[in-house]
Design a protein around this ligand. Structure first.
Ligand SMILES: NC(=O)c1ccc[n+]([C@@H]2O[C@H](COP(=O)([O-])OP(=O)(O)OC[C@H]3O[C@@H](n4cnc5c(N)ncnc54)[C@H](OP(=O)(O)O)[C@@H]3O)[C@@H](O)[C@H]2O)c1
Length: 338
């Protein structure tokens, strides 16, 4: 076993988008497990937009990690040493131990993985928090009626592409919103949306009108920002909206400049009885087994498709994370191998 434990810790709370200098690379001693604990060696690291919220000084009001603490996030790990009766050396687990080679766990945050059931990276994608987020948002927040029109923003992203497929499986007419021709083609050709909207195109508002001749019955919101005021005008009476995330404002410390759409939104909620709810998966993790029961066969049999980029190198973690916010991210799920 190497003598050192590589870590990326939070060096500073970002000013706007995260920068490389917000992370510090350190090496310290590999910890030893006490009785009832295991030593984990992380082999795969999940890269997700919500990790910006963990860094603080952004739009999130939820708890942040301490300066000097390892950057947080889900990993796949192998048990290097076990002093816990429930885990054996060599077991694979999904953990929350973040950007470090080694970590100690008492087992309470671990989910055992069977690599013969599904490839290990799926535990960070379609059979991990990504898939769980799409499944929970599509299943447990509102009842979406079959036949209605469901709009999904960030539809070509990791969560969005899963939500699109669940929407189709639940009998909805699904309209995906994404940025650029390649993502629109992916939505149409691979995910089989009923209509796709390119919000970066000059005729965005015209595309919205064309794709929504009968308005919006349900909206699965991943992005927020300037797309929403255009979409909200198309809400039908009793439309349902689930706020999964607002990635476009995670690095913002001030309310957005420009027109104030809030009075108009309040009117729409009032006159059209729009029902808006939000959720956060950390509060509903007890439903993970139900999610896995439904989704594991669908993912393993290829009935739910997903895209992932498996990138090499612990050293690349901060730079890979920053691509989520700099416009270069292709929409595939990003996973870094140690
Ligand atoms: N509620 C929960 O518990 C929970 C849990 C996990 C994730 N989430 C949320 O789910 C959403 C989707 O996450 P994900 O893992 O699918 O992320 P992802 O794979 O990076 O996809 C997000 C998509 O958002 C789009 N986007 C639009 N404006 C953007 C901007 N200003 N910066 C960056 N991307 C922008 C990008 O697509 P285009 O190129 O098409 O714009 C991108 O593909 C996020 O809001 C995330 O925070 C919520």
């Amino acid at each position: 076993m190497p003598a050192t434990n590589r870590k990326f810790t939070l060096a500073a709370r970002p000013e706007g988008a995260a920068r490389r200098s917000d992370f510090a690379f350190i090496e310290d001693a590999v910890p030893s497990p006490a009785e009832g604990e295991v030593l984990l060696r992380n082999i795969l690291f999940s890269i997700d937009p919500y990790q910006r919220n963990l860094m603080g000084n952004g739009s999130s009001e939820w708890p942040v990690i301490d300066i000097g603490a390892p950057m947080g996030g889900p990993t796949v790990a192998v048990i290097e040493e076990s002093r816990h009766p429930g885990f054996a050396t060599g077991n694979y687990v999904q953990s929350w131990s973040g950007w470090q080679d080694y970590a100690i766990s008492d087992g309470s945050d671990l989910r055992k993985l069977d690599p013969d059931t599904a490839p290990l990276p799926t535990a960070l994608g379609p059979l991990g928090l990504t898939g769980f987020t799409a499944w929970y948002g599509m299943t447990n927040v509102h009842e979406f009626k079959a036949g209605g029109t469901l709009v999904i923003t960030g539809a070509a992203g990791s969560v969005g592409s899963m939500a699109v497929q669940l929407g189709k499986r639940r009998g909805l007419r699904v309209v995906g919103v994404a940025g650029g021709k390649d993502k629109v083609a992916y939505l149409k050709d691979t995910l089989g949306v009923d209509a796709a909207i390119d919000y970066k195109a000059e005729d965005f508002e015209e595309q919205v009108r064309r794709a929504l001749p009968e308005g919006i019955d349900a909206l699965f919101e991943n992005v927020g920002g300037p797309i929403f005021p255009v979409l909200m005008e198309h809400f039908n009476t009793n439309a349902k909206m689930v706020i999964c995330g607002t990635i476009s404002d995670y690095s913002e410390t001030e309310p957005p400049a420009g027109p104030n759409y809030l009075p108009r939104l309040i009117s729409l909620i009032h006159y059209r009885f729009v029902d808006i709810k939000a959720f956060a998966t950390p509060f509903v993790m007890h439903l993970m087994p139900e999610f896995l029961d439904e989704m594991t066969p669908l993912v393993v049999n290829g009935e739910i498709t997903y895209r992932e980029d498996l990138l090499e190198g612990f050293d690349s973690l901060p730079n890979t994370f920053m691509t989520l916010f700099d416009g270069t991210h292709s929409g595939k799920k990003l996973i870094v191998k140690a």
